[in-house]
Write a protein that binds this ligand. Structure first.
Ligand SMILES: C[S@@+](CC[C@H](N)C(=O)[O-])C[C@H]1O[C@@H](n2cnc3c(N)ncnc32)[C@H](O)[C@@H]1O
Ligand code: SF4
Length: 374
């Protein structure tokens, strides 16, 4: 069982908070990029020769900018070179401004059966400073349109911790999403990434993100409202109706194999991680010339132990102690630190599995780091 991620490094415009890999000036080389993605897909099929592909995920950047012919070329390279499972999940990250009846019909015809829509906020003033390419009205309408065109597996992305985001407004955003009846919600706390316009505006005192207390309150409100509406909190930033977990993303958190195609994409083979170059021209040039376009890191036992801990603790599945012990025996210092988190009520152990408690969720990354074997 394995998944394929395809990174489309194109965006219409630069959102002020985003530090993912993308370019906004790509028209002159877009066909070369599609050819390079197809070449990478073809050249790496050996890596998954023995595997059935269960999930395909087109992320970005903005994959909803691709033309039907460009998607077709990529799908052909996949179908001709990989063994696909019969219950394939095929997700497209789509931006509201690309969602129209014609595009939705084209995506359905191509085989997409799941949309992940980046709504972010329903407040016009937020969308403005974020430099989003869509309005609040479009954010609201696009989900209904996608549903009316037959997409019933829909995930929406929201961001909280925004500057000047009162609790009532955040609650209203959550209620709007609940009202859509979508089966999956991803909600991220705003990160002020260096080298973004947001970072500059925060430094210059023009924008002020929410403080830690406000962010915790917004996170707790999110959990409470979504739980009351029947959603399960299954990963720190992800919620779904029962049985509607994102299969592709869940495979990352469960430590399953995947390959990442495209500039900046990551791959994981259980024993090593690979990072494609985050530069569009270099990626195209090196793929075309047959020279190396990635870096590889062989994972040590400590890396595998720490990753299992970090990803597991962030999910409702927790971390099985015997899986940690399969990597190496638990050290005395690990056992001591774990006991401290149990005593403080942030971790609980049930039938040999470690879970974060309600208090622990808020500090997931800190707790995992404290438990890391260094
Ligand atoms: C890489 S983006 C791609 C999705 C798509 N291009 C879009 O704009 O909706 C994936 C998601 O990451 C989240 N994200 C990106 N930068 C973030 C930041 N600095 N803080 C919090 N969430 C962020 C957004 O919710 C976004 O929908
Ligand atoms: S948030 Fe999405 S659309 Fe905006 S710059 Fe990042 S990848 Fe592009």
């Amino acid at each position: 069982m394995a998944g394929i991620y395809i990174h489309i490094p194109f965006c219409k415009q630069r959102c002020s908070y985003c530090d993912f890999h993308f370019s906004t000036t790509f028209e002159s080389y877009r066909s070369k990029m599609i050819d390079a993605l197809c070449l990478e897909l073809i050249s790496r099929s050996e890596e998954l020769k023995a595997e059935k592909i269960e999930t395909l995920y087109f992320g970005g950047g903005t994959p909803s900018l691709l033309k039907e012919s460009e998607f077709k070329a990529i799908f052909d390279s996949i179908r001709q070179n990989y063994q696909l499972g019969s219950n394939l999940e095929i997700t497209l990250e789509a931006n509201p401004d690309d969602i129209q009846t014609t595009s939705l019909r084209s995506w359905r015809k191509l085989g997409f059966n799941r949309l992940s829509i980046g709504l972010q906020s329903f407040r016009e003033e937020d969308l403005k400073w974020m430099n989003r390419a869509h309005s609040a009205e479009e954010a609201k309408n696009c989900v209904l349109l996608a549903q009316s065109e037959g997409f019933n597996a829909i995930s929406v992305d929201l961001i909280y911790g925004l500057p000047n985001l009162p609790q009532e407004v955040w609650k209203d955003h959550i209620q709007t999403v609940v009202g859509f009846g979508v089966d999956h919600v991803s909600a991220y706390c705003l990160t002020v990434e260096e080298k973004t316009l947001l970072h500059k505006k925060v430094k210059d005192g023009i924008l002020k993100p929410s403080n830690d207390d406000e962010q915790s309150e917004q996170f707790n409100l999110l959990r409470g409202e979504l739980k009351d509406a029947g959603y399960i909190h299954y990963e720190i930033s992800n919620f779904c109706k029962p049985g509607k977990e994102a299969r592709h993303n869940s495979s990352y958190w469960k430590g399953e194999k995947y390959i990442g195609i495209g500039p900046s994409a990551h791959s994981y083979s259980l024993l090593a991680r690979r990072f494609n170059v985050a530069n569009n021209q270099l990626y195209i040039k090196n793929i075309t010339n047959g020279t190396t376009y990635f870096e590889q890191e062989v994972l040590s036992d400590k890396d595998r132990f720490n990753e299992l801990l970090l990803t597991g603790l962030r999910t409702k599945w927790g971390v099985k102690i015997n899986k940690l012990q399969d990597i190496f025996n638990l050290s005395v210092s690990f056992t001591d630190r774990l006991q401290e988190f149990k005593n403080s009520g942030q971790i609980e152990e049930i039938d040999g599995t470690l879970f974060l408690t309600d208090e622990g969720w808020l500090m997931a990354d800190f707790i995992a780091c404290e438990l890391f074997e260094g």
